[in-house]
Design a protein around this ligand. Structure first.
Ligand code: NAD
Ligand code: MG
Length: 394
């Protein structure tokens, strides 16, 4: 029996993972080692019962009594807190889904790699903040990282059997997010609800807002560089409003391999779950006559400063990716909380990076996970200061 763990089981990607595990045989086929979630303990308990998990962990200490009550008599062990999450990752599993959102997903992923199994990586922040270290850790333990971000799964599939030396360009598609067609002068005043109205994908709140600002695509450009090891100049972004091409690889003979499919994360999750086989998956089939046309347009960098920042972060190297992600998370928190406007998020990230760069903090690539976590902490503090300074100027 294959053993599995799902970090961030109660989220959007976690829910797709649970759905596929159940459809593909549930507890008869998979031994579920650990499932983790946040405050939604009822959902976590329901999943743990259905999969007969050995352990269920909530990220929040104050949620432990509720989780314990919900799982009374089930035989599922319960735990809470950050340390418990990390320890859950110390329990060996053949296949581990990393689907916690944000830098909080870093540590469980790193710990899971130590067992040398497969890490299905939805948590792109792991590659953005600590790409070289993550890849080296996987190599050292003989572990495999399979990309779950839809673009990176698409690229991975387009590259199957190909020689990386023959790759000319990787073309990441982007929907453009909820505010794609807004006039530029209105963008600065966009609200959280407006940014949440994604045209094609149903995803968690944070990544949906990041799609509207294209911070998500900025993270994905860096993720592409780290995972596939290509030069930043080889990575392009193109707006493709239909979201049916999930990304493309262009080769030196002029051929372009595009990956198409319905916008449903169960494809990318299911591919990583069943790899190297292709299993039958419950995703909608494309009807090309009904689709009619696929359209493309170049992204406007004035509208999406995050894309320019991603280039600067890659050029800076070292800890810049970690600082970029941390500052972005803080700015996003303040946008959600109402303290920052939509356009101010990119300004806060840019100012924070400039501030840390002046202090020579972005330096060399981090040698250990602890270095990454302390940089993450430092960059969050710097971003908070940037936000406060803006507010006192107002
Ligand atoms: P989500 O917000 O729906 O779910 C996040 C999960 O992480 C939940 O289980 C939540 O309880 C848990 N979590 C949140 N904060 C935590 C913390 N501090 N400590 C421990 N657990 C915590 O997020 P999502 O949309 O499923 O995204 C998950 C990851 O997958 C992100 O890195 C995202 O960028 C990536 N991703 C998501 C999609 C998508 O379609 N949703 C697509 C590609 C990549
Ligand atoms: Mg994506």
């Amino acid at each position: 029996m294959r053993s599995v763990s799902v970090f961030g089981a109660t989220g959007s990607v976690g829910g797709s993972t649970f759905d596929l595990l159940m459809r593909q045989g549930g507890p008869d086929r998979y031994r579920t080692v650990a499932l983790t979630g946040g405050r939604n303990v009822a959902r976590l308990a329901e999943m743990a019962r259905a999969l007969r998990a050995e352990l269920a962990v909530t990220a929040h200490d104050d949620c432990l009594p509720a989780l314990r009550a919900a799982l009374a008599g089930s035989g599922v062990q319960v735990a809470a807190g950050r340390q418990a999450l990390a320890e859950a990752a110390d329990r060996p599993a053949d296949w581990v889904m990393s689907a916690i959102v944000g830098a909080a997903g870093l540590e469980p992923g790193f710990r899971a790699l130590a067992h040398g199994g497969t890490l299905a990586l939805a948590n792109k922040e792991s590659l953005v903040t600590a790409g070289p270290l993550l890849m080296a850790t996987a190599a050292r333990h003989g572990a495999r990282i399979l990309p779950v971000d839809s673009e990176h799964s698409a690229i991975f599939q387009a590259l199957a059997g190909e020689d990386m030396a023959a790759v000319e360009r990787i073309i990441l598609t982007a929907s453009g997010g909820a505010l794609r067609d807004w006039p530029l002068d209105r963008l600065a005043a966009a609200t959280v609800d407006q940014a949440l109205a994604h045209p094609n994908w149903a995803m968690g709140k944070r990544i949906t807002i990041d799609s509207a600002s294209m911070f998500n695509k900025a993270l994905e450009v860096i993720e592409t560089r780290e995972y596939f090891g290509v030069d930043p100049a080889q990575i392009e972004v193109i707006i493709h409003p239909e979201s049916l091409i999930h990304s493309m690889v262009a080769f030196r003979d002029g051929a372009v391999m595009a990956h198409l499919g319905a916008p449903d994360m169960r494809h990318a999750v299911g591919y990583a779950l069943n790899w190297p086989e292709r299993a039958a998956l419950p995703v909608a089939r494309l009807d090309f006559a009904a689709v009619g046309q696929l359209t493309f347009r170049a992204p406007d960098l004035a509208r999406y400063p995050a894309l320019r920042l991603a280039r600067e972060v890659m050029a800076a190297g070292g800890m810049a990716g970690c600082a970029f992600n941390a500052a972005k998370e803080v700015a996003l928190d303040h946008f959600i909380g109402g303290a920052l406007g939509f356009a101010a998020m990119a300004e806060v990230v840019e100012d924070t990076l400039a501030d840390l760069s002046r202090q020579n903090c972005l330096g060399n690539a981090p040698p250990t996970l602890e270095d990454v976590l302390s940089m993450d902490h430092l960059a969050r503090r710097a971003a908070e200061k940037t936000v406060q300074a803006r507010q006192s100027r107002r």
